[in-house]
Design a protein around this ligand. Sequence first.
Ligand code: ATP
Ligand code: MG
Length: 174
Amino acid sequence: MEWGRGYVQLYIGEGKGKTTAALGLTIRAIGAGLKVAFFQFFKPPTSSEVKVLESFYPQVLYQNFHAGGFVMGNLSQELIEEIRRGWKKALEVAEKREYQVLVLDELTYALNWGIISESELISFLQKKPTSLEVVITGRYAPQSLIYEAHLVTEMKLIKHYFDCGVPARLGIEK
Ligand code: ATP
Ligand code: MG
């Protein structure tokens, strides 16, 4: 199919819908015959969408990068290394030009915690293959990333049933 220039999209904010928006875009993209690299950071690959994404291999390349979080209030070395490994892999995948869409789900936390520097990410976005569409999700994004992106959608929290004690539900939140 015809495929032109790829843009940088950012889904941020405290309301629900960032990862599901990235998943919706993935469905649309594969329906159009595009190939998607879907990289999920920090969370284990236990959410139900993972089974679907993996079933679409090789049109979808799903990769997960996580490790046991914090040690005495500090990020564990294991987690830092795992996220760095995922970041490096994402750069390689972008360079290969096999995929038209690269989703970096929850990547903004890597910036918030200093695992990836803003300048590293911005430099990647400036030098990425022109045809690659990049989608980044996570709650908070630095101004430099908002400036660099071509599309920024903030999921605004107006109400969430979690505040009434509703736990994460299978098929809806996980
Ligand atoms: P989704 O994956 O549903 O699109 P999201 O990507 O926008 O959500 P994340 O910040 O990645 O949201 O949160 C992951 C999950 O945690 C989501 O399903 C979200 O609904 C849920 N969540 C959001 N806020 C809270 C909260 N205050 N307490 C518990 N869980 C929450
Ligand atoms: Mg999410």
